[in-house]
Design a protein around this ligand. Structure first.
Ligand code: HEC
Ligand code: HEC
Length: 384
């Protein structure tokens, strides 16, 4: 017991060291993985301390809360209705694009593209995030411009470049369908579709898309001490300590739900995207984007709001401390010039450490879900 305490002290002391030059006792000798395993097999409250900067409200990594069992038939009917809406392309302007076109269950509820194709195959500006766990997010979209799933869905329906539709058209299509009317009756006690109800049903379905505890990391948390191999285990420790990831990616979803500038705004250049600034107008928000959840992340390449990077490049960029934009002479006094987050520092990770971090990210992968596209009810079969 004494030995274990001593070991934890040593690990903790090293993890607390603020100078990144101090090498951690990780991955240098075969014995270290065993020591780490012992330390991380304890309840997470007793894990080696994470390397967290002052002012960061760190929450320990952990399991995602399970959704409540739905035993109310109306609530179950709303979820089923929401699933139909999620998969129904007829609600879009062209009749060809559903939510599931860009949030495809087979692609981790994203679309695998750099940036999505929208209406008329217009190339959109941003990468489609996964909708897995979106029900937990206080702000939606990369810039957080939607405060709820309902707001978010309405914005997509009405966006001329995305679903190119509008609330009235969606409601009229649903109202013309016997099958949909029956489902509105079951879910809301009234067969008349309204926009509010349709959005509530979509949100109810999305809230069922929650991490299911099947990842290797979750199994490790639940007591299966072999679920993480040595590399992933070292990656977990790096993630929380030397690599500084847990400053922003923490809690069960591995996000702080906040916005940061990683130096990817391409300020003053062709790909410019000012992120959160467009929502708040605050100069401090230029180039800030929402910290994404990292649950299932290795299944949703490519990455970042612009979809320009694979996982190895992401880790390489973090290791270099991310690119620092230097103001051109004419930008010297520009109040909007983006300020990279001070939480990012040069890490100088070794090749092995980068591999370990990726192994940990891959350990967040969940089992592949088979979500069958539902059979859609006919539309336009109600005499008006
Ligand atoms: C044309 C492709 C496309 C379609 C169709 C589409 N989305 Fe999206 N979705 C995106 C993109 C791209 C983003 C990110 C946009 C941004 O941040 O500005 C996004 C963001 C989201 C988010 C926010 C996730 C997060 O982490 O912030 C949710 C939730 C979502 N979509 C759900 C839906 C629903 C529900 C529908 C159908 C009503 C839908 N999407 C239709 C491409 C699409
Ligand atoms: C300063 C806060 C911060 C730190 C520290 C940080 N991240 Fe991030 N991370 C973000 C933000 C914000 C984004 C989205 C940025 C964007 O799209 O412009 C992001 C995006 C990512 C993505 C892409 C996810 C996706 O779905 O596109 C991965 C993977 C990732 N981070 C992993 C890491 C790892 C690994 C570390 C540690 C080496 C780390 N992050 C450190 C804030 C942070």
């Amino acid at each position: 017991m004494r030995g274990l305490h001593l070991l934890l002290l040593v690990l903790g002391g090293a993890a607390c060291a603020t100078t990144l030059a101090t090498p951690l006792p990780v991955g240098t000798e075969g014995g270290d993985a065993a020591a780490l395993r012992l330390a991380y097999t304890r309840p997470s409250a007793d894990w080696p301390p994470a390397t967290i900067d002052p002012g960061v409200a760190f929450v320990e990594l952990g399991p995602v809360p399970k959704p409540k069992k739905v035993d109310d038939p109306a609530a179950a009917a709303a979820i089923e209705l929401g699933k139909l809406l999620f998969f129904d392309p007829r609600l879009s302007g062209t009749g060809e694009m559903a939510c599931a076109s860009c949030h495809d269950p087979d692609l981790g509820f994203a679309d695998g593209r750099t940036t999505s194709f929208g209406h008329g195959r217009k190339v959109l500006r941003r990468n489609a995030p996964s909708v897995l766990n979106a029900g937990f997010l206080p702000h939606l979209f990369w810039d957080g411009r939607a405060a709820s799933l309902g707001d978010q869905a309405l914005m997509v329906f009405e966006n001329a470049d995305e679903m190119h539709s509008d609330g009235a058209t969606v409601v009229a299509k649903l109202a013309s369908s016997r099958g949909y009317r029956a489902r509105f009756l079951a879910a809301f006690g009234d067969e008349e579709p309204t926009l509010e109800r349709a959005l509530a049903a979509l949100a109810a379905y999305e809230r069922t898309l929650v991490s299911d505890g099947s990842s290797a990391f979750d199994r490790f948390l639940a007591g299966d001490t072999k679920a993480l191999d040595d590399s992933a285990l070292r990656g977990l420790h790096l993630f929380r300590t030397k690599a500084r990831c847990a400053n922003c990616h923490h809690g069960p979803l591995l996000t702080d739900f906040a916005f940061h500038d990683l130096g990817l705004s391409y300020y003053g250049r062709g790909l410019q995207d000012l992120g959160r600034h467009a929502v708040t107008g605050d100069p401090a928000d230029v180039g800030r984007f929402k910290t994404p959840s990292l649950r299932n992340v290795a299944r949703t390449a490519p990455y970042m709001h612009n979809g320009l990077f694979d996982l190895a490049s992401v880790v390489n960029m973090y290791s270099a401390g991310m690119a620092t934009l230097r103001p051109k002479p004419e930008q010297q006094d520009d109040p909007l010039f983006p300020q990279k987050s001070p939480l990012l520092q040069r890490l100088d990770l070794t090749v092995e450490e980068k591999g370990d971090l990726i192994a940990f990210l891959e350990a967040l992968n969940e089992r592949k879900r088979r979500v069958r596209a539902p059979e859609l009810p006919p539309i336009g079969d109600v005499a008006r």
